[in-house]
Design a protein around this ligand. Structure first.
Ligand code: FES
Length: 109
């Protein structure tokens, strides 16, 4: 495991998410119920930028076709919707997070 500093804890308010770039990958950091989580910012369906979506109660909705993901676990919570069709979507890539002092560290594995 190789943790990299991603942000300061003050950069990520409760119930919000921010985007950082680590090793040329966009990572979405979020603070939910007092804990920090890191996931890929790229939707596993067709690559929608999740940071452009909406976050509500720890669930982010992709701006492209509205698939939903639990930011704590990466679990898919709702299918993509294209016209009248619903399409199954894989779970979202998650990354281990540690907090050291004021720093949020992420392991891209
Ligand atoms: S790209 Fe995210 S739901 Fe289609």
């Amino acid at each position: 495991m190789s943790y990299t500093k991603a942000a300061l804890i003050t950069d990520v308010p409760e119930g919000k998410c921010v985007t950082v770039v680590l090793d040329n990958s966009e990572v979405l950091l979020a603070k939910i119920d007092g804990a920090y989580y890191a996931v890929s910012n790229k939707c596993p369906h067709l690559g929608g930028r999740l940071s452009d979506g909406t976050l509500e109660a720890g669930v982010i909705t992709c701006p492209k076709h509205h698939a939903k993901f639990d930011l704590k676990t990466g679990a898919n919570m709702g299918s993509a919707k294209i016209a009248f069709f619903q399409v199954g979507v894989k779970d979202l890539q998650t990354y281990p997070v540690q907090v050291e002092g004021d720093d949020i560290l992420v392991d891209l594995c």
